[in-house]
Structure formats: structure tokens, C-alpha cells
Design a protein around this ligand. Structure first.
Ligand code: NAD
Length: 488
């Protein structure tokens, strides 16, 4: 039985108990496709964050002493429950976020893959030993959990991003306080319910709803040892600086502006299909979305003609409906900001090639914006410099690959970059020179698998150790080196 009652205030989960936040500050959570209010989310205050951190601290000793094999057995049960409840969980995700049911399912599967990776923790967190490092002396390195981890997550992947953090942190022996996005808090409630059903002991996994006040309380709380954050660039910078100033280990994954270079020898059909999916899928609200096409002038007109035709065919609507390919934006305020950016782009000299703004008036409910393509964008324009987080694609025309790579590298972000080519030589040059952490060669959304790091560069990432892969094992453990000898 779920704790979620339509239209009601969502509960926090602290010390193994569901509890009502005592704050008067609540926000409605609308379905962005219908505007129907799904729930009310409390914006919890400092005292509630404190209670959650204390409960995680109290649970820590027993949890870290629970054998890693037992910890991962609970996670394997959690995995089973995620698979069993895939249909209802994806529906909740679609209702609160707007993405299509297929996108929701794909997101949950990417999260499940992290649980599967975390189940390898008995091997992943093994130490090292050098017997006889000196005469009669042995040296060993063991990994300890860090302590209490706070996870602060964005609206755009309400299941996958918490699952980047929670299974790995818990498998390594940490306890956890999750502060999900206040715009998509329902999936987080379901995740906690399933984790509890899987057998997590009291206090190991806590959930506190809220916004800035709750985040700041976590960043400054002396009981929080590590902070994993995913969200927009300005907030990531704030989280990184504040958490570090309070002596915490911190990783903060941030915004993006991902360029897709179309080389003259690209397979045009493949490139058009891949860019359409990358730019307009999830309504462009993905940190891995392609938001700029850098196309070689020699093939630009031919390529853009096909791209516009493909954008015309994207079926925009309620993600719950069969056949929908693109859902709405998360909120009307966000859509308004995007519309302002489009206007600004046009004023700065961009040319509208495909206008998705007609949908704004056409749909009587929901925060929809159709696929939009702006041509003749230049790197100094705001539409190139800022993340729009919308189904808006900017096109920059260049003369050759080197100029294309220079354009990509002008961005202050460095999350993903993609090259469409059939030439190994061009691909090698791209791989060597591009300043971004996740590259795709003819792959539009080059998300690393759970056992690789999610490796943004530049202002797309603040910290040293990335999410997932061995980096996550490093992040959620600390090393202890023991030098021993035995007299007698
Ligand atoms: P956001 O920064 O608005 O919110 C993220 C979290 O920070 C939320 O939990 C929110 O409550 C909290 N928050 C918001 N404002 C705050 C403030 N002023 N002080 C303290 N906490 C605050 O991000 P969003 O709009 O929910 O998510 C979209 C953004 O996340 C995009 O920029 C996207 O690129 C980025 N993102 C990045 C990755 C990545 O891996 N690099 C993945 C997903 C999303």
C-alpha cells in the first residue's frame, strides 16, 4: 500500500516512520500535462532535516557493521521490487514529470542497472594488502563507509538520479538522507516504500521533502559527512562551495549545453534521427540532451531540411497516451523563461527554422512547447551560452571540423558532445580535442553505463569523484591503511 493519497500532503520518512512535516509551507505538485494537482509537497525546515540526519547517524553504526553481503541482499530484493512495480512506478513518474511512459520505463531501468552494479559491492570495496612490506611488517588498506550521506536531486530524473546515489552509498555501509526535487517528489516516496519493503532497517534511508532551506540545512549540518548533488549549475556551485566550507566530501553534477557536430561524411539519415531523439526526447529536459547542432556548411541545408521534417513529425502530448513522443515542460514558469530566451535569440540574430511556440496556445492545458529549431546561432549569443533545458535546438554553421571543435570548446559546460561521421580520422581528432566528459560517436545520448563514471567537465561538474563506476565506490568509502607487526 502506498502512502501517496491523491491531492494530499506527502509525508517525510524519518527513523523508519512516515511522518507529517509540521511546516505550513507547502507547494502543489501539478501533473505538467494536465495541471491536475497530484499532491502537496511540504517544504520542511531545519528541525526536520536535523531529525532525519540524527536518525541516519543513529542507524550508521549498526548498518556499517552489517556484513556487506547482507546489505547487498536487501538491495537485490529492492531490485526485484523495482522490476515488479515498474508499471505503477513509471506511471507515477510520468504523471509528476511529464515524460512519456517509455521514457519513464527507460529511466527506471537505468536506475535498476545501478542497483545491479551496487550489488557487486563485496568485490568493489575490497581492500589491498602487502605482506612483508618491511621485515616482519604487513600493510593493508581497508575501506570504511564515510557516514551519513545527503542526496539532493533534480526534477528531471526523479527515479534514476536518486538511484545513482542511494544503492551505492548504502551498499558501502553509509546511511542516507534524500532531499528530492520539490517539483517531482512522488517517485521518491515510492522508492522509499519499496526500499523499506525490501528490508532496510530503521534510519538507514530517510526522506525529507523541501527546497532551499532544507538543502542549506543539510549542507551545514555537522552530522552530514558527504553530499551528492545533481541539479542546475548555479545551485551545484552553491552546494559545492557551502558543503566543502563545512568540511564535507562533495560531488555536484551540474547543467549542460551539449553540442552535436555533423561532419560532411555523416550518415545523414542516422544523424537526423539521433539528433531528433536527443534534442526533443524528455522535452529537452535532460542534462545529456543535444541542444546545439554544429553543422558543416557544405551539408547544412540538406541536413536541416531533413531535421525540420523530422521535428514536424514528433508527436507532442500527454506522456500517458500511447504514441506520444514528447511531453510538456515541468512548469509554466520554466516555459515562460524558455520563451524569453527564444525571443532573445531571435533579437540577437537567430533565424526561426521550426517554431514550436504554436503549441503554447493550441493546447488548452499543460506546459507544452513543441520542437523548436533556431538557425544561424553564433557562440556569443545567449541561446548558446545558457542552458535552456527545453526542446529548443540551436544551429551553428561552421566551415570544417576544427572550427566545429573550437565552437564546442567555447562552452562553459562540458557534459556531453557528439560527432556524426563515418571517418575514423575525424572521430579520433574529436576524441582527442573536445573538452567534455561524455562523448558520443554517432550516439545521441551517450550516457555511461552504471559501471562507468558519469563524467561532466568544466561547469558541468564540481568535485573530484564522479557519480557511478569506481568513482562512486571511492566517493562513498574512505581508506584506512594499517601497518602491523607482531612482537614475540
Ligand atoms: P535545480 O538546481 O533547480 O534543483 C536541484 C535540487 O536543488 C532540488 O532538490 C532543489 O530543491 C534544490 N535547489 C534548488 N534551488 C536551490 C537553491 N537556491 N539552494 C539550494 N538548493 C536548491 O535543478 P532542476 O531544475 O531540478 O534540474 C535540472 C537541472 O539539473 C539542469 O540544469 C540539468 O542539466 C541538471 N542535471 C544535471 C545532471 C548531470 O548529471 N550533470 C543530471 C540531471 C540534471
Amino acid at each position: 500500500m502506498s502512502m501517496i493519497v491523491k491531492g494530499d500532503r506527502l509525508p517525510n520518512f524519518v527513523g523508519g516512520k512516515w511522518c507529517t512535516s509540521n511546516t505550513r509551507d507547502v507547494l502543489p505538485v501539478p501533473n505538467p500535462a494536465t495541471e491536475e494537482v497530484l499532491a502537496l509537497v511540504p517544504l520542511s525546515g531545519t528541525a526536520e532535516v536535523d531529525a532525519a540526519v540524527r536518525s541516519a547517524q543513529e542507524a550508521f553504526l549498526a548498518w556499517r557493521e552489517t556484513p556487506v553481503t547482507e546489505r547487498v541482499r536487501i538491495l537485490l530484493k529492492f531490485r526485484e521490487l523495482l522490476v515488479q512495480h515498474l508499471d505503477t512506478l513509471s506511471r507515477t513518474l510520468t504523471e509528476e514529470n511529464g515524460k512519456t511512459l517509455n521514457e519513464a520505463k527507460a529511466e527506471i531501468w537505468r536506475g535498476i542497472e545501478v542497483v545491479e552494479f551496487a550489488a557487486g559491492m563485496p568485490s568493489l570495496m575490497k581492500g589491498e594488502v602487502t605482506p612483508q612490506v618491511s621485515r616482519g611488517i604487513d600493510m593493508e588498506m581497508v575501506r570504511d563507509p564515510v557516514g551519513v550521506v545527503a542526496g539532493i536531486t533534480p526534477f528531471n530524473f526523479p527515479v534514476m538520479v536518486p538511484l545513482w546515489m542511494v544503492p551505492l552509498a548504502l551498499a558501502a555501509g553509509n546511511t542516507f538522507v534524500l532531499k528530492p526535487s520539490e517539483r517531482t517528489p512522488l517517485s521518491a516516496v515510492r522508492l522509499v516504500e519499496l526500499a523499506v519493503e525490501a528490508g532496510l532497517p530503521e534510519g538507514v534511508f530517510n526522506l525529507v521533502h523541501g527546497g532551499k532551506e532544507a538543502v542549506d540545512a543539510l549542507l551545514c549540518h555537522p552530522g552530514v559527512d558527504a553530499v551528492s548533488f545533481v541539479g542546475s549549475q548555479p545551485v551545484a556551485e552553491h552546494v559545492y562551495k557551502t558543503a566543502a566550507a563545512h568540511g564535507k566530501r562533495v560531488q555536484a553534477l551540474a547543467g549542460a549545453k551539449n553540442c552535436h557536430i555533423v561532419h560532411e561524411d555523416a550518415n545523414m539519415e542516422g544523424a537526423v534521427q539521433s539528433i531528433t531523439g536527443s534534442a526533443f526526447g524528455c522535452a529537452g529536459q535532460r542534462c545529456m540532451a543535444g541542444s546545439v547542432v554544429v553543422v558543416l556548411e557544405s551539408v547544412a541545408d540538406r541536413f536541416l531540411k531533413d531535421l525540420v521534417a523530422a521535428a514536424e513529425r514528433v508527436r507532442v502530448g500527454n506522456g500517458l497516451e500511447e504514441g506520444t513522443e514528447q511531453g510538456p515542460l515541468i512548469r509554466d514558469e520554466h516555459r515562460k523563461k524558455v520563451l524569453e530566451r527564444i525571443e532573445q535569440g531571435l533579437k540577437e540574430g537567430a533565424v526561426m527554422l521550426r517554431d514550436g511556440r504554436n503549441l503554447v496556445d493550441q493546447m488548452d492545458r499543460g506546459f507544452f512547447l513543441g520542437p523548436t529549431i533556431l538557425d544561424r546561432v553564433r557562440p556569443e549569443m545567449t541561446v548558446f551560452r545558457e542552458e535552456l533545458f527545453a526542446p529548443v535546438l540551436s544551429v551553428i554553421r561552421v566551415k570544417d571540423l576544427d572550427e566545429a571543435i573550437r565552437v564546442v570548446n567555447r562552452s562553459r559546460f562540458g557534459n556531453a558532445a557528439v560527432l556524426y561521421t563515418e571517418s575514423g580520422k575525424a572521430a579520433r581528432r574529436f576524441r582527442e580535442r573536445v573538452q567534455a566528459g561524455m562523448l558520443g560517436i554517432n550516439v545521441g545520448v551517450p550516457v555511461p553505463a552504471a559501471f562507468y563514471p558519469f563524467s561532466g567537465w568544466k561547469q558541468s561538474f564540481y568535485g573530484d569523484l564522479h557519480a557511478n563506476g569506481k568513482d562512486a565506490v571511492e566517493f562513498y568509502t574512505r581508506k584506512k591503511v594499517v601497518t602491523s607487526r607482531w612482537f614475540g
